[in-house]
Design a protein around this ligand. Structure first.
Ligand code: BG6
Length: 294
């Protein structure tokens, strides 16, 4: 569907479709509660600004905006697997973030405005071995300046499938040195840099490269960075990932600025590794994440 048709069928005064100069189709939601921007490339949300507030999400100024490449920042949709696939030819963090999605619906009511994007297995390149699972991503800007996201999946096949996933949100922070992440104190985590499991007891602070997968926890998370408090509320999510590449890894990432690690932190609503969900034929599951900037 071209932009005129998308606007005619799904657009409104508060939801608009446009074509970017990189060739992506973008959706802008703007209402009295705030604004959000996402692209059909990867169902990737790149901006959320609560009314009267500041940008909540971080996007690298070196991010690529190219077909089959993931955008560095915003909310990458990691699906239907989190992290590496045993088959090295399959993309890191799944194919959802590098596929072109379609618009399924839009909705508007007094509580807010939202868009629902969809990825059908037949629209995934065959070389990525798509699972017979249909997935939708919903994003809505709602009252009190809340961003609500849900990644919903339906097993349309004849066999059970196990899916790991994450809404890999990059939050913008003023200075990583002032960041504290509360809510994960009672959960155990795997340090992905060493492979070791740990119990944590205090808020997470970032003083070095950090790549932690907290498992078996559905606790609400609070991100504080000195200037802002952001609540990250999860639904249908048993894992949370906290990631900051710090100095050396930043230098190795071609699509990330050398010093940008100071202004971002990823706090991800996930179902990673053993928290993966097995869907029987016909089963449906949603991974939800609501972001509230206090
Ligand atoms: C995190 C992983 O979720 O994503 C890290 O825990 C990984 O190990 C990071 O480095 C970024 O992944 P990518 O594929 O977007 O560079």
């Amino acid at each position: 569907m071209n932009i005129t048709e998308l606007n005619k069928r799904f657009g409104s005064r508060r939801i608009k479709f446009s074509r970017g100069k990189e060739g992506f189709t973008w959706v802008d939601i703007q209402n009295e509660f705030g604004s959000a921007r996402l692209t059909l490339h990867g169902a990737h949300l790149t901006s959320f600004i609560p009314a009267g507030g500041e940008e909540v999400l971080f996007v690298s100024r070196k991010s690529l905006f190219k077909p089959e490449k993931a955008i560095r920042g915003g909310v990458p949709v990691c699906w239907p697997w989190f992290s590496k696939h045993p088959d090295p030819d399959l993309p890191m963090h799944g194919y959802a973030r590098v596929c072109e999605w379609e618009v399924a619906s839009t909705s508007s009511c007094a509580e807010g405005d939202g868009v629902e994007l969809r990825l059908r297995p037949e629209n995934v390149p065959a070389r990525w071995k798509p699972l017979p699972v249909e997935v939708t991503f919903q994003a809505a800007v709602e009252s009190d300046g809340v961003l609500r996201m849900a990644l919903c999946m339906l097993n349309c096949g004849k066999k059970p499938v196990t899916i790991t996933s994450a809404l890999h949100t990059y939050f913008a922070v003023d200075n990583i040195k002032n960041v504290a992440v509360d809510g994960l104190e009672k959960a155990k985590y795997t340090d992905r840099l060493t492979g070791k499991k740990h119990s944590s007891s205090s808020p997470v602070t970032i003083t070095e490269e950090t790549d932690r997968v907290y498992q078996n926890t559905d606790a609400d998370i609070v991100l504080r960075d000195g200037s802002h408090t952001t609540r990250i509320l999860r639904d249908g999510s048993n894992s949370a990932v906290v990631w900051n590449p710090w100095i050396e890894k930043s230098k190795k990432m071609a699509d990330f600025g050398d010093r940008e690690y100071r202004n971002m932190i990823c706090v991800e609503a996930a179902n990673a590794f053993e928290d993966g969900r097995t869907l029987e034929p016909g089963d449906f599951h949603c991974l939800g994440c609501t972001i509230v900037r206090d």
